[in-house]
Design a protein around this ligand. Sequence first.
Ligand SMILES: Nc1ncnc2c1ncn2[C@@H]1O[C@H](COP(=O)(O)OP(=O)(O)OP(=O)(O)O)[C@@H](O)[C@H]1O
Length: 613
Amino acid sequence: MELELRSTSAGTYFSRHSTREPVELSFDNLTYSVSQGFRKGSKTILHNIGGRFESGQIIAIMGPSGAGKSSLLDLLSGYRISGVAGSVYVNDKFRDLDGFRRLSCYIQQDDRLQPLLTIDENMWAAADLKLPSSVTTKEKRAIIDEILETLKLSGSRKTRAGQLSGGQKKRLSIALELVNNPLVMFLDEPTTGLDSSSCMQCVTLLKELASQGRTIVCTIHQPSASLFMKFDHVYVLAGGRCLYQGSSSNLVPYLSELSLPCPTYHNPADYIIELACGEHGEDKIDKLVDGTENGKCYKWFTNGEVLKYKNNAAADVTSMPCLPIMKKCGGSLQVTSQWNQVCVLLRRGFIKIKRDQTLTHMRFMVNVLTGMMLGSLFFQTGNKGERVLDNFNLLFSILIHHTMTTKVLTILTFPMEMSILNKEYFNRWYSLKSYYIATNILDIPVLTICAITFSAIIYAMSGQPLDWTRFSMFTGISLLVVYISQSFGFMVGSIFNVVNGTFVGPTMLVPMMMFSGFGVSLRDIPDYMKWGTNFSYLRYSLEGYVAAIYGLDRPILPCSSYYCHYKYPKKFMSEVAMNGDQFWMDVYALLFTLFLTRLAAYIFFRWRIRVMR
Ligand SMILES: Nc1ncnc2c1ncn2[C@@H]1O[C@H](COP(=O)(O)OP(=O)(O)OP(=O)(O)O)[C@@H](O)[C@H]1O
């Protein structure tokens, strides 16, 4: 571990400093374009900008709304990689993205925290995922204590993240990323939503972190004069072009040199934003862009003369050897093993399930109540020869219940996790594979308990044959249906947002129902459409249910009417073209569907994460 823990008579204080080489970030001819849609061409957001961010400094990227601040941060952090042209250098060498990601972190504007976990639990999850296994529990505790102390969060350690104030959430977001001591920190609007005192506290803290050798780059809208002067370096953007880059104290002389003097008693930060908005004329923007050579001029840096020399030297970067930190390290981007990542994610997930009692209880109660309602409606239909068709309807209703409750819930909850996942994955907490494995495992206990409870209630109330073998077959099929429905939920949730997903999910069910053998029997489906039955998991599930209830040579059913058309179970099965002997074939088909859908969901999930970048 490249960190040092020190203690003084004044107590423990934030003193983790790195022995690694500080990072200077520079970029040249950076252009960023996005596609506007099919046949609509592309839009250029950043236009050939250059710049240089020194280590040990806190740097503000400023500009009016829509100037391209967040886009520039996305590019420099490596979060966005498509549509990008130009070069980014780290210590004057071409940036190797994987190497750079190992040194940096990106804290997005919205606080993507686990709301049900306390500060302490959030910090422990981060420490267990981001620190190598060689760091002992005692060392991790010391690191967490030190960070929380420094960020003034120690007093709220047991408070859940969802109940923290805006400022505390912001500090917790920073604290989580400080765990592995990054050399470069990117923060998108860390002061948005904070009052002026919290803004000042936040920027002072970042300045302190920068003074320890880190490079801290953040976007900011329109700082007050005092806040503005806290920044060591300022980079002003307008319409994707650079209007100024240099020290905050040099902004006023720069404006004077361009004959655009900042009025007396005017906040220079406000004045440059007014100029950037074109309030003093559009021609002034071009003048400012020329004045700073669109970010290629280093004259207004505190150490401008030194940099002039460096800038010339950097022209021949390609011939230089890579620095050790920039070499491709290969292997995993995460520092802990996949096993550890899955264990930590499972631990965190189980705490969330335990805390989210409303949802867990609601899921259980929905199964109990629906089971009792359906059971009352179809009371003792299972052992009556005259109500075989009603019983068949009941079996189909059970399938729809399992499918809808599981699929819709997954479609609603899975996309909500995506933004947190995106942040944590980008900051190398865990791999996508670990996350997917943990997510798959996490819901199994609740799903299984709910499905078994529902099956027991409905089976007993609807008077199905009291035979353990049949009940096990019935419950087995129910479990496979809920697991498959969850996979479909993952697939839809990976691709679509909540609104589109809640439309697409149930709509996808229609063809499955069409080919299930319910309504139109498997025999009566036209030949040219029979292929569809091979793809409907509802068909295999319904066949499995019919086999469990009417297969295994079930004897003639009691008949209390004058005539019971289906009192012979075999006759009923032949009528609906379902054969009781093929139960295991149905189980294999469902297992195969489960495997395929889980795999497809994983592929879609990876694709979605890539596309988001
Ligand atoms: N994927 C995209 N498709 C189309 N336009 C985009 C896309 N991403 C960004 N833009 C546009 O690029 C411009 C710059 O966006 P960006 O978010 O970088 O601005 P910003 O300076 O951070 O703004 P704000 O301060 O309001 O957050 C905006 O006009 C935005 O609409």
